[in-house]
Ligand binder design. Sequence first.
Ligand SMILES: NC(=O)C1=CN([C@@H]2O[C@H](COP(=O)(O)OP(=O)(O)OC[C@H]3O[C@@H](n4cnc5c(N)ncnc54)[C@H](OP(=O)(O)O)[C@@H]3O)[C@@H](O)[C@H]2O)C=CC1
Ligand SMILES: CC(=O)N[C@@H](CCC(=O)OP(=O)(O)O)C(=O)O
Length: 349
Amino acid sequence: MSAPVKVAVVGASGYSGAELLRLLLRHPNVELVAVTSRSLAGKALSKEFPRFRGVGVADSLTFTAPDAAALKAAGAEIAFLAVPHGVAAEYAKPLLELGLKVIDLSADFRLRSPALYEEFYGHAHPAPELLDEAVYALPEVRAEQIKTARLIACPGCYPTSILLPLIPLLKAGLLADTPLAVASMSGASGAGRKESIPLLFCEVQNSVRSYSVPVHRHLSEIGQELALAAGREVKLSFVPHLMPTHSGICTTTFAQLKTGVTLEQISAALHSAYDKAPFVRLLGVNQSPDTKNVTGTNFVDIGWSYDARAGQLILMSTEDNIGKGASGQAVQNMNLICGFEATAGLLNI
Ligand SMILES: NC(=O)C1=CN([C@@H]2O[C@H](COP(=O)(O)OP(=O)(O)OC[C@H]3O[C@@H](n4cnc5c(N)ncnc54)[C@H](OP(=O)(O)O)[C@@H]3O)[C@@H](O)[C@H]2O)C=CC1
Ligand SMILES: CC(=O)N[C@@H](CCC(=O)OP(=O)(O)O)C(=O)O
């Protein structure tokens, strides 16, 4: 067996960072060499996350302050960036210059257009010169480009659940050119591990609420990727909701079929796209996916239905926001870059 790849996690104290640690500590082809956090620098990893005690190298790792040169000196070949957008680009630049590959979980390299980034993120792009080479890394859609990339932009959590059912249908030209409507619900870990009154247990429990209407920043990347799939602009409304769970995303999308298109054609397009995709589970017609079946995994479960009375196609998908929606997908991308088994380290259920 070849030597394991040496990896570092920047932002290892956050929710997606900790999920990366969980996956990487048990990955058969990976050696975790550095974990960073500004606030926890100097603290032992297994003191902050006792669940990792005794697992792999966890007991010998201590958080360090994030510094590109130090990660290089630790031997890292790949750096995962699990830090906020706006910040990630600042780390990506020196890491790439030092010869590391970068797998970014933030939104910094997802959009092709710096102007679109500025419109949706409220500040100028910190490293527009890197946008051309970054790959929007949905492994089921862009595997060949991911394999040779040195800068990976992992898709957002909501977008992953929305794009996977829609892309094959748009590519096959099965959907009418009418606006799509999308409603998604996310567990609270989607908002990150930060102090915030609206995210306190007592504020979140027994409550489901929509937010960021009418424009959530994920509309930018969803629109970009749907347009690439359809070869035309695709209009959509998107309403996210916060639900009182730790994690999980449940998405429902309403679309209209082109005249004459049947549900059998929808099923065929989805099966043709995903029958060989190890992390997309097609549940079938009138089958509702459930977040509890994907929590802690890298799976996306997809069901679909047709409401003949309203003339609406209904696409239903579930995933774990920090699994397939973030850290699982990031590891799936690493597996592609490194030529590992597609499922290496990811077949936890
Ligand atoms: N949570 C989720 O479901 C998903 C998250 N993402 C993306 O992943 C990234 C991380 O998200 P999440 O894990 O939720 O965030 P958290 O708030 O839970 O964690 C953020 C991490 O980044 C570190 N950090 C914060 N500011 C800086 C800074 N200026 N420089 C260096 N490190 C910093 C924090 O540690 P410290 O402050 O100690 O340095 C912490 O380790 C974000 O870009 C997010 O949008 C993507 C998909 C889903
Ligand atoms: C519940 C919740 O608050 N979710 C977050 C999802 C953010 C996220 O993870 O954003 P990226 O995927 O772009 O990195 C939000 O809506 O802002």
